[in-house]
Design a protein around this ligand. Structure first.
Ligand code: AMP
Length: 585
């Protein structure tokens, strides 16, 4: 009886979601009212002349659309311990470091209890829909989750990545329990100071509890693939630990060692079984169900820049379904995946109209062209007005603007989404790409998505040789005249020069944007350059971000490295093994 009471009432969650989404416009209006009432005393809002008005029209007339850069002075004051209420009605005590992979340095954003509550609401909503299709029983989850370094700011606030702030919150554990998705690893592993050691222990815990594991998850799919690539390297060591019941000496942190000692008992049968199972695999295909026979699905964000890892993840997953997790950011959540059955690449996110106030800037090709290469502020002044949540149109692309319960008002998230349909009256969004990630030399424009498609196309050539692109990035080299695109690849093994030359040509041909093709034809853009990196280079990039305070849980490989991101550019350039120039044009 007690057990039953602790389980989330999924039908109730779905019912609430249905009611709310049938009335999305009103719920949005009410949500804005609530945000403005709760935070009306904040200096930022006080100065904008709202004078207590909370309706969308007044809000849009008084409050400017901003970028993170615009808010930085306000956020910095909070970080430094401002005594007044700067952005919110209640003091901010915690700061999130967003991954900021593209800019090369983490950004600060406020975190508060309201944001935590909306996080849990998103988790509950998608879980409810997911559980209808793929019910989990009271087992464990192998979660590759990690904490970032937690620090105190100058003003005494806690600072960590958003995922760390969530994992550390006592509500998180409770929520995972009622969703029957509790992490199989002890807290000391999740919050261990060294992510490599934590990863090793996560794997070990997963194997110890292999029969009980119901799902394998991480925030972003990259971490799952990274984990199983690591398992390929360390599985024999893991088997030795299980056989002897003694943790490898490579795990050095006393807190992690003592937590693991409680779980690890000599178990030669289990070690033999795992050894046999892994030895029986062909090229690691189906590794996950082989090791975890009761796993129901694999869960993590799989769209956008994570799509690259899907091929490898499918290989490890065999016939276990892959389900993309929800859509959000350190700044706040946006939508939940309520159609877990659709193929991962087609995942959409239904916006929850009560977790923030949402607006959308329509992205029309002609406007983009006019404003090409200008600063953010200019882009906005020439762009169409943002539309509200219920005004978006199916088939159109938009940039998302968020107003949150944590002190961000009309904040440009920088993500491009496409409206694929409506669930009741709330839109279902497909994540397209980051807006500011753009390869451009002159009149050409290639987005993160275009880059990914080009890489996918060229990678087919090395797939014929049983090799894969482990990870990739890009850069625009303007030091040459004319400038040209540089694509960085890390490949799993040896590939002949001949094939790589062909890959380079294929990449060049795969950017089909008219501006690119015409510029290439007249040599206004130079031949595309493919730089093949030494194995382990992207691990160094990851280490670099972790060193800056990022968490592996939130890591996204920067798909385009800007000229000011010196450190990452240097890591990439210092590790080039081979270089090819396209002869496609
Ligand atoms: P962070 O800065 O670490 O908070 O990451 C937030 C960013 O990750 C978002 O602005 C998106 O660009 C990306 N992201 C988050 N959720 C998804 C998703 N479901 N699909 C694709 N990209 C996502």
């Amino acid at each position: 009886m007690l057990e039953k009471m602790e389980i989330l009432h999924v039908e109730k969650v779905i019912e609430e979601f249905e009611t709310m989404t049938k009335d999305a416009e009103n719920v949005q209006r009410e949500t804005l009212k609530k945000i403005l009432e709760e935070n009306g005393s904040a200096e930022y809002l006080q100065n904008l002349g709202l004078n207590g008005r909370t309706d969308p029209q007044s809000f849009k007339a008084c409050v400017p659309v901003v970028t993170h850069q615009d808010l930085e002075p306000y956020i910095q004051r909070i970080v430094d311990g401002a005594s007044s209420l700067v952005l919110t009605g209640k003091p901010i005590t915690t700061i999130s470091l967003s991954s900021g992979t593209s800019q090369g340095r983490p950004k600060f954003v406020p975190f508060n209890d309201e944001l935590m509550e909306t996080t849990l609401q998103i988790f509950r909503t998608s879980y409810a829909f997911r559980n209808r299709e793929f019910p989990v029983t009271n087992g464990k989850a192998l979660q590759f989750i990690y904490s970032s370094k937690q620090s105190r700011t100058k003003g005494g606030l806690f600072a960590g990545t958003a995922t760390t702030n969530v994992f550390r919150n006592s509500q998180f554990k409770k929520a995972m329990k009622v969703m029957q998705s509790q992490c199989c690893s002890p807290d000391e592993v999740i919050f261990g100071p060294d992510f490599r050691q934590s990863l090793y222990c996560h794997l070990l815990c997963g194997l110890i509890f292999r029969e009980e594991i119901q799902l394998v998850s991480s925030t972003f799919a990259h971490s799952i693939v990274h984990a199983f690539r690591t398992l390929e390297q360390v599985w024999e060591e893991l088997c030795v630990d299980i056989r002897e019941g003694i943790l490898t000496s490579g795990i050095t942190f006393p807190s992690v060692r003592s937590a693991m000692a409680k779980l690890l008992k000599p178990n030669p049968e289990l070690a033999d079984l795992i050894h046999r199972k892994i030895s029986g695999l062909s090229n690691w295909y189906g590794l996950i169900p082989e090791l975890f026979p009761n796993v129901k699905y694999i869960y993590g964000i799989m769209t956008g820049s994570m799509e690259h890892y899907l091929k490898k993840l499918r290989h490890y997953a065999g016939d276990v379904p892959l389900i993309s997790a929800d859509y959000g950011s350190s700044e706040g959540w946006i939508g939940a995946n309520i159609n877990p059955n659709v193929p991962t690449e087609s995942t959409t996110y239904a916006v929850l109209p009560n977790i923030g106030y949402f607006e959308f800037i329509p992205l029309k090709e002609n406007v983009e062209e006019q404003v090409h290469d200008r600063g953010d502020a200019n882009i906005l002044s020439m762009e169409p007005k943002p539309v509200s949540l219920t005004e978006v149109k199916i088939g159109e692309e938009y940039e998302v603007i968020v107003t949150s319960f944590a002190g961000l008002y009309r904040y440009r998230l920088g993500d491009v989404v496409k409206v694929m349909g409506f669930h009741n009256s709330t839109p279902e969004l497909k994540f397209i790409c980051r807006r500011n990630l753009m390869l451009t030399v002159n009149i050409d424009k290639n987005t993160e998505k275009d880059l990914q498609q080009a890489v996918e196309e060229a990678a087919k050539l090395i797939a014929e040789e049983k090799q894969e692109v482990i990870d990739f990035s890009s850069h625009v080299d303007m030091w040459t005249d004319p400038g040209h695109y540089v694509i960085f690849w890390e490949i799993s093994g040896e590939v002949s020069d001949e094939v790589l030359k062909e890959c380079c040509n294929c990449l060049d041909r795969s950017f089909v944007d008219a501006g690119y093709v015409s510029s290439r034809k007249v040599n206004a853009i130079g031949p595309l350059e493919l730089r093949v990196l030494r194995r382990g280079t992207f691990q160094k990039v990851l280490d670099h971000y972790v060193g800056l305070g990022a968490a592996v849980s939130q890591f996204k490989t920067p798909r385009c490295v800007g000229p000011t991101n010196y450190k990452v550019l240097q890591i990439l350039c210092d590790n080039v093994a081979k270089t090819y120039f396209s002869t496609a044009f």
